[in-house]
Write a protein that binds this ligand. Structure first.
Ligand SMILES: [Zn+2]
Length: 386
């Protein structure tokens, strides 16, 4: 049975979601979740909200199957990044469609278009009375752009229990993303001893020690395994602060480092390796003293190409796009970093929109891509169950 979504519906639901300002902080995702819940209920989907803070709630929708198969979960986040300081060509929350069939707005790409496509797919199946062997779940989260708080809360509440497959509609230009990098945010502080700048031998320079530490850290990625689709780990020193005035030996320096990891790099093992590195520096550099804090931990996500989910999604995408789907990895992380490593569930990212337009001024998406995404999310559950 071939079931197709109504082409106008995905555009209209995306526009409704874009008109709700969910810039994070503060998020205000509840208002967008209510729009999606009302839409889902209109077509007979079961659903409820899970409040987190004031104005913030995750959304759960369910299209019940017969129970013969374990559930497939669709997932996406309601929050967006801020608007930035540059002026927009079109207002960012007006959801205008131009003469070329392009929908403009903050979140058009990342990722309200993807959210709408998943929900319209489920609603289309509900309206058609499709008898699927497994439930299709939708999890709409808060806070992905800041700390993945919604995904963490959903995981803690057992939302992933029994889920067999996970698809997240982050923008991939409708490519099939089977792997994405993880992120490990590390904060280092080195401690020295203040002295007169004219007599540096009387003190211990915390900045000099930080320079040794960062130089040594920069050689670490060569020790780490690479991934066929993602390449190697990367390391970026994002901030550094130290010292007070030019003529005092600085007694403290703090640097924040963003390590992007690939599947095969276990974050606890990497943290232990860096701690050993600090010990080595302490043994070889007189007066070296440092402390490390993990300030962000988002593991990498990878799924085997042999998984039935990958094969099913590839087949559906080939049909929807009229050409072979591209299979690749991406550098950004997603809620998958919270939901997949804890459960091991096969995970894909696939959604409408050019990822290069995410987080940019003048974010916008082709309406045609929204329609194709809705077709993908309508067809995938039945093909996966075959
Ligand atoms: Zn996103």
């Amino acid at each position: 049975m071939l079931i197709s979504p109504d082409r106008r519906e995905v555009l209209e639901l995306t526009r409704e979601l874009l008109r709700v300002d969910t810039v994070n902080p503060p998020g205000n995702e509840l208002a967008a979740a209510e729009v999606a819940l009302a839409y889902g209920k209109r077509f007979g989907l079961d659903g409820h909200l899970s409040p987190l803070d004031d104005g913030r709630a995750n959304l759960h929708l369910v299209l019940p199957g017969t129970g013969a198969r374990a559930p497939l979960m669709y997932c996406g986040h309601f929050d967006t990044v801020p608007l930035g300081s540059s002026p927009w060509t079109r207002p960012p929350h007006a959801a205008e469609v131009d003469d070329d069939g392009v929908l403009w707005g903050r979140g058009a790409v990342d990722m309200k278009g993807g959210l709408a496509a998943m929900i319209v797919g489920m609603a289309t199946l509900a309206r058609a009375g499709a008898a699927l062997p497994g439930d299709v779940h939708f999890l709409g989260t808060v806070g992905e752009e800041v700390d993945c708080a919604g995904a963490r809360a959903a995981l803690d509440a057992g939302a992933m229990a029994g889920v067999a497959n996970l698809v997240i509609a982050e923008p991939t230009d409708l490519d099939l993303v089977v792997a994405h990098k993880g992120a490990l945010f590390l904060e280092f502080t080195t401690y020295g001893r203040a002295a007169h700048g004219a007599m540096p031998d009387q003190g211990v320079n915390a900045i000099t020690h930080m320079m040794c530490l960062l130089a040594r850290l920069g050689t670490l990625d060569a020790e780490l395994p690479a991934h066929t689709l993602l390449g190697g780990a990367t390391l970026n020193v994002g901030t550094i602060e130290g010292g007070s005035v030019v003529n005092i030996v600085p007694d403290q320096c703090t640097a924040r480092v963003d390590v992007r990891t690939v599947p095969g790099i276990e974050h606890p093992a990497l943290v232990a390796r860096v701690e050993r590195l600090l010990d080595e520096l302490g043994a070889t550099h007189a007066g070296f003293r440092a402390r490390m804090t993990v300030t962000g931990d988002y593991p990498a996500v990878g799924t085997s190409l042999d998984e039935p989910l990958v094969r099913a999604a590839t087949g559906v995408l080939d049909t929807v796009l009229g050409r072979p789907a591209a299979v690749r990895g991406v550098s950004y992380f997603s809620d998958g970093s919270i939901l997949q490593p804890a459960t091991g569930v096969p995970t894909l990212l696939c959604g409408p929109g050019d990822p290069n337009l995410a987080h940019q001024t003048d974010e916008r998406v082709d309406v045609l891509a929204l329609e194709r995404a809705a077709e993908f999310f309508t067809s995938l559950p039945a093909v996966l169950a075959d």
